[in-house]
Design a protein around this ligand. Sequence first.
Ligand code: UD1
Length: 415
Amino acid sequence: MAISVSKTEYLKGTIKIQGSKNTVLPIIAASIITNGISVIYNCPDISDVHVMCELLKILNIKTCYEDHVLTIDTTKACYAPLPYDMTCRLRSSVLMLGAMLAKWGRGELGMPGGCTIGMRPIDIHLEGFCKMGVDVDVAGNMLCCKSFYLTGCDFRLRYPSVGATENLLLAACGAKGRTILRGVAKEPEIIELCNYLQSLGILIEGVGTDVLVIKGTGYLNCADYVNVFDRIVAGTYLLIACAIPSNIILSGIDDIHYIKNILQVCAKLGLNVIRSEHNLHIQSCGRVNAGAFATGIYPKFPTDLLPVLIAVLLKGSGDSSVTETVFENRFSVVDELKKLNGKLFVAGNTVYIERTDNLTGNIVNATDLRQGAAMVTAGLMSGGNTIINDVSYIERGYENIVEDLRKVGAEITYI
Ligand code: UD1
């Protein structure tokens, strides 16, 4: 399947922002350590969620997904290795390891996959596990981890990796004694995971800071979880509204703090946003201020929105630049944007973007999730028609980007 998108003059209407992908995936992994039935509300209907459920099935954990409600029944959970052909389908499969170690003291699973935006090693995850007394063996594509006695430790992360923080938090829930994790990530996804683990009965101090102190407990409750909105999806639509004249409302924004960094960049780009309750009302004339931007770890501007920001800056009032500081290979968007006549080049970890007045449609590829969203954005800005192939990448994280945008007047359809 492909997406066909054409130049769009005006967006008007309401888009309900889906539940967060990057928040719900660690919480699905965390469910492994519970005993009983739990329910996750506002769970997005995206392929990554369904793959996580297939992985749970291998562990004899039953799931039922209906109308954005995911029910997980762990009463008959039993240990099993997770094969590479499943784990390689997404990055978050690696979080199963922390949870399996907490529950069974062992985990054998294939290496994780995910978007090809850099090397994406898991050395920090593994260093932390070793510190907890886990024997780690890597054999080909398989990771074999065993711990006779999972023990709390004092561990400093060399880099505030989101995934490593989540994985070590999960393992710490089952470790004997107290675990101190220093230099952890502070992304909203970490805060949400801590809140969820606390609702299971785990004691965690320092939530939202860069030191977390976790005290595991022998018996764990089950708890339901109401997922927060997806800040990256909201950010995608905010950035689109910068470039396309709009009068739109984004609804379901339950915690504005989680997108303060994105709103600041949108304000710099010239976007006017009014907040009311859980809605953002956006009025835009589609003019984009040029500027120099950079991504960074939270609360800086998220790396996941870098490709969309680059696309939007093609319409800037002058030349712009964006510097990527998190991943080393996030510029696949540049070659595809050039196919639309975009004028931009990469030097080191910075992309330089020239204002381009004559973007024209072409046939392009989605090469990863967020780059795919950037190509949709560029298609809305380009004369003629743009066809985007390999939409399965986009469907990993956007529940229905085509329908969301079509409903507010975008010229977009599946073909
Ligand atoms: C998560 C998000 C992803 C987001 C990223 C940064 C999910 C499913 N994915 O990815 O959308 O772009 O956070 O906000 O939540 N690193 C190491 N060693 C490690 C782990 C990471 O060197 O053991 C490096 C990575 O190569 C990268 C940087 O740390 O350069 C950030 O990675 P990390 O924060 O771990 O991102 P993910 O958890 O993979």
